[in-house]
Design a protein around this ligand. Structure first.
Ligand code: PEP
Ligand code: MN
Length: 265
């Protein structure tokens, strides 16, 4: 998987080019789990931009465990993401669950997210590999690093070199205190095995907002190239993943901490 130089994934956004990769600034992607309405997505976009995020995340199509849970607003949420992009100039990252939706998602998204549950959906991987937008490939919740890298190979082999890997926590035995076990050791392991940029998602990785800042700082200290953080203006009322979402104020505080030297040796 390694071939000399680390990969740079260069993403044009209205606010300018953003570069993901080793040796570049840590890129922060922030926003709600789901796009819920115009007010909340615009407000969140403005707040995360002011705090230093370069991308807005937000789900339009949501891979929910229960078919009775909120499934995302679909196409109308894509329009709201477009409005948030126009209002702030932030790049947009949102999930593709079904190849049938890819073209309309790619009209607004600057990076296409493949979620943990679809990491080994090989037909979807081939499809995003055969189109030009960069792809954020989340680690499957029970995937080995080898399986994850082979999933990335499907995208690369189909012709798309712009893949970002995102560790989002794996299933272990504790479900009481953490939702998943965030595998931060994956950072140096991936650095050894692959040239691709590495993102860490401490929101899904822990499941609890109070644990997110510590894991975000640890990820940066361990060499992560990017972070994905869930932020919601009113987490208690969120339609999905409220417990793990930071408020805009909490996100701002975290960003200020990350901008200071983390450790003095
Ligand atoms: C998400 O990013 O909101 C999401 C559903 O993530 P994952 O696929 O990692 O569970
Ligand atoms: Mn989520």
């Amino acid at each position: 998987y390694r071939h000399g130089e680390p990969s740079e994934v260069v993403v044009p956004t209205p606010n300018g080019e953003v570069i993901f990769g080793e040796g570049h600034d840590v890129v922060v992607v922030a926003g709600p789990c789901s796009v819920e309405n115009e007010t909340m997505i615009i407000e969140t976009a403005q707040r995360v931009k002011a705090a230093g995020a370069k991308f807005l995340r937000g789900g339009a199509y949501k891979p929910r465990t229960s078919p009775y849970a909120f499934q995302g607003h679909g196409e109308s949420a894509l329009e709201l993401l477009a409005a948030a992009k126009a209002a702030t100039g932030l790049g947009i990252i949102t999930e593709v669950m079904d190849a049938a939706d890819l073209d309309k998602i790619a009209e607004v998204a600057d990076v296409l997210q493949i979620g943990a549950r679809n990491m080994q959906n090989f037909s979807l991987l081939k499809r995003v590999g055969a189109q030009p937008k960069p792809v954020l490939l989340k680690r499957g919740m029970s995937a080995t690093i080898e399986e994850w890298l082979m999933a990335a190979e499907y995208i690369l082999a189909a012709g798309n070199p712009n893949v970002i890997l995102c560790e989002r926590g794996i299933r272990t035995f504790d479900r009481e205190y953490t939702r998943n076990t965030l595998d931060l050791a994956a950072i140096p392991v991936l650095r050894k095995l692959t040239h691709l940029p590495i993102m860490i998602d401490p929101s899904h990785g822990t499941g609890w907002a109070e644990f997110v800042p510590a894991m975000a700082k640890a990820a940066v200290a361990a060499g992560a190239d990017a972070l994905m953080i869930e932020v919601h203006p009113n987490p208690a009322k969120a339609l999905s993943d409220g417990a793990q979402s930071l408020t805009p104020d909490q996100f701002d505080e975290l960003m200020q901490t990350l901008q200071r030297p983390l450790v003095s040796l």
